[in-house]
Design a protein around this ligand. Structure first.
Ligand SMILES: [Zn+2]
Length: 207
């Protein structure tokens, strides 16, 4: 079983990925992890990729594709794999199609306003507690009394920016896989377990 998982930042892609790979016994292929593993092992690809990262540049598509090709040819991918963070562009999707056929492209569809509201309303404490302004209106931690703070990345403008970058990159992929009859959209505006029940239905061929 070969799966691509698409979902905006904050859509809960990580939780779904973990459940899928454990239930279906397939490998979790993260492009970021594969890249870091190549750099650490100082493979030719790793050294080449690092030369771009060291200059503060993006690793070119063809290098990323080679890293993915190498990763999915490893024994743990024999039963299948879930691709996380790849493809990000139509060019990468075309390159992937030359390597292998995917069975499902699952798009976790979420309401962007809900994500912005959830993330931008998040408040943290140094002790590890987290709160949301909709359910907690004090500015000190209920557990330890320390002042709550908002993570830099959690402000509304940053979240909006991340979502619009995602939207721009991913919209063409959604069209691409939809045209090829691979795309399945699940409603991501539900609890993790409810979303996963839908994902499981898809993967079991029930919808
Ligand atoms: Zn605290």
């Amino acid at each position: 079983m070969k799966i691509i998982l698409l979902g905006a930042p904050g859509a809960g892609k990580g939780s779904q990925a973990a459940k899928i790979v454990s239930d279906f016994g397939i490998a979790h292929v993260s492009t970021g992890d594969a890249l870091r593993a190549n750099i650490k092992a100082q493979t030719e690809l790793g050294k080449f990729a690092k030369s771009f990262i060291d200059k503060g540049q993006l690793v070119p598509d063809d290098v990323v594709v080679k890293i993915v090709a190498d990763r999915i040819s490893q024994p743990d991918c024999e039963k299948g794999f879930l691709l996380d963070g790849f493809p990000r562009t139509v060019a990468q999707a075309d390159a992937l199609a030359k390597l292998t056929d995917v069975d499902y492209v699952i798009n976790i569809d979420v309401d962007f306003d809900a994500i912005v509201n959830r993330i931008s309303g998040r408040r943290m404490c140094v002790c590890g507690e987290t709160y949301h302004v909709s359910t907690y209106d004090k500015d000190v931690c209920a557990k330890c009394g320390k002042p709550l703070y908002q993570r830099d990345d959690d402000n509304e403008a940053t979240v909006q920016k991340r979502l619009s970058v995602y939207q721009e990159q991913t919209a063409p992929l959604i069209e691409y896989y939809s045209a090829r009859g691979k795309l399945v959209t699940v409603d991501g505006n539900k609890s993790i377990d409810a979303v996963y029940a839908d994902v499981k239905d898809v993967l079991n061929g029930n919808r």
